[in-house]
Structure formats: C-alpha cells, structure tokens
Ligand binder design. Sequence first.
Ligand SMILES: NC(=O)c1ccc[n+]([C@@H]2O[C@H](COP(=O)([O-])OP(=O)(O)OC[C@H]3O[C@@H](n4cnc5c(N)ncnc54)[C@H](OP(=O)(O)O)[C@@H]3O)[C@@H](O)[C@H]2O)c1
Length: 338
Amino acid sequence: MRTERVRRRAVLGGALVTSAAAGLGGMSISQTSATERAEPSRHPDRKVALITGTSSGFGWLTSLTLARAGHHVFASMRYPRTTNAGPARELREFAKAERLALDVIDIDVRDDHSVEYGVAQVLRHAGRIDILVNNAGIYYPALVETQTMADIRDMFETNLFGHLRMNRAVLPTMREQREGLIVQITSGLGRLVLPFMASYAGPKFALEAMTEVTRYELSTFGVDVVIVEPARYNTDFIDPNGIAYYRRYLRRLAPEDARRREEYGELAERLTPFLQELPEAPDNQEVADAVASIVRMPSQERPVRLLTPGQDHLVELNDLTEQVMRQRMEAAGFGDLL
Ligand SMILES: NC(=O)c1ccc[n+]([C@@H]2O[C@H](COP(=O)([O-])OP(=O)(O)OC[C@H]3O[C@@H](n4cnc5c(N)ncnc54)[C@H](OP(=O)(O)O)[C@@H]3O)[C@@H](O)[C@H]2O)c1
C-alpha cells in the first residue's frame, strides 16, 4: 500500500520528537545518470543512499522521501525487470517528473553475487556510499513446531543474513570514508514476542543484537548504526506478501507436519488475525520520515534505537536496556565505544 500522505511525529528513545517533513525517496542505471538529471549543485549536503527492498512499503516510500530531500538514492529491489517491473517503473517516473537523483538497481539480499554486484554498481556510478537502509523483509505466522528447518532457515536468510550480507558489502567503503550511516529496520518483534512469530521474531531478535554490536565496533570509524523499530502498518507486508508466504507454507506442509498442526487444535487457528491488515493503520510514511530524521541528525549523535509512533510500550524496555548496556560496556572496558 503506497501512500504519500505525511505524518511527522516520531518517538525518539523515551521522548516524542517532531521529524521535519522532509520529502525524501531503479534496472540498471539508465544512460542518463540520475546525478546529471538532478543538478547536484542544488544539494550541497547530498548523500549517496542505498536502500534494500524498495518494490513496496517502507522501502518504496523511503526511496522517494530521501530523494526528495536531495539525496542520490539507489533504490534496490529484486527482479526489477520482471516481477517488480511495475514499482521500478513508478519510481523512475517519479524521479523523471521531479528531477530526482534516484536510480533503481537489482539486489536480491539473499544472493552474495547480487549484493556484491549491486554495491559495486553504486560505487562505480556514485563513487561512495553514505547511507545504507537495510529494509528488505518477509513474514508469515506459523506454529514453530510445524516449520521445517528449511522453512526457518528461509526466514533467517532474508531477515538476518540478507542484512549482514549488505553490511559486509558496504562497510569497507564506509570505514575508508570514515563516514557512513546504516539504518537497520527491525521490528517490535525484535524486542518482544507473540505466538506464531518464532521464525520472524527469531531473526529480528538476532538482528537487533548483531546490529547493536556492529554499532559499537564501528564507533571509532565515524560510521553510525541506528535501529528503527516500526509499529504495525498496512504496507504489502501482510497483504499480499505475508498471505502469499503463508499459503506457500501450507502448500508445502508435509503430512507429518499437518498432523502436528492438527494436534494443536483450536490454537492453530488463532493466527488468523496476524494475516489481516489493521482496520485503521497508521500512515506508512511515518517510517520513511523516521529514516529521514535519522539521516538529518548530526553524525555520532544518533540514538541506538528509534521507535515509530505507536511503540510507546517499548520505550521503557529500550531505555532500561540502554542503561544496563552502558554499565556493562563500561565494566567490560568498552565505555569509549558507547
Ligand atoms: N509493515 C509492518 O507492519 C512492519 C512492522 C515492523 C517491521 N517491519 C519491517 O519493515 C521492513 C519493510 O517491510 P514493509 O512493511 O515495507 O513490507 P513490504 O511492503 O512487504 O516490503 C518488503 C520488501 O522487502 C522485499 N524483499 C523481500 N525479500 C527480498 C530479497 N530477498 N531481496 C530484496 N528484497 C526483498 C520485498 O520485495 P519483493 O516484492 O521482491 O518480495 C518488499 O519490497 C521489513 O524488514 C519488515 O520486517 C514491517
């Protein structure tokens, strides 16, 4: 669900903050480079941003939002010439109409070669990478006992390894630049769990942990790492994507696993609400604006975590974690990395 309505409230740590209305926001890079189209002199603070999973939802909106704020955006998606040709074309049309520096490129975050090739393409055309927004993700609810090891690995492959693969590809450049920003989209389900969410929350919990460690390890290189924990939104995440992944899981359910499922009785049916969109969902643009607000913050002053509106239940947990982490890092002799 793509909307351009803008809501400007974001929750930062424990406090409500107002994020500026930055309008912000690929194929391969076209013959007419986006850099040429967008008159670089108009944007002295232009950054080069690479975003994953931009065929829909937050990724699509964040691509436009950052490009409208004057940045050069490489909106990456898988299958931009086939399955995702529609959203790729729409992004290019916006770029052309608004003279934005926005290129669509092909990256499948599950594929080493695709990630390396995509990042090399950005470097070849822009010469640097200032911002990586790790956004791509997949979801479906299921009783964890009924998921095969292959099912669970599949969820980790996109939702955890995909992001780590992207980080490995961009970090040598960012460290060499001694400047950079990684925005990691996780979830409230990276901090708290619900039934049927094991194979989604598992990689998101791991992602939270690995992202936070990455932040500390990069702190001496001038590279910032920030976690964004969105609330629930009606993007394409559930309908149609989550529903399609759920149907695929049902189709592939072996008789043995179908039996396991039946043995859970009525509980097995209680996942239905997790396949339904919210009747009144917040504006998807909130997440793009949250990312844009992080981009605008001064380097080295960015928070560990940023919540979108509607995540107030996580404020206390995050504040307490941060407090305890500070103590533990200092006690372990790593206070200088905070
Ligand atoms: N919507 C929510 O309520 C919510 C809440 C908390 C966190 N999040 C997180 O927000 C992020 C974005 O989700 P969304 O809500 O915007 O959902 P979405 O509309 O389904 O977008 C997810 C994007 O990820 C892409 N993707 C999936 N596998 C990929 C791969 N292997 N390589 C490259 N791209 C891939 C999808 O592309 P294809 O079309 O090619 O599959 C799609 O563009 C996800 O990490 C999700 O976990 C969402």
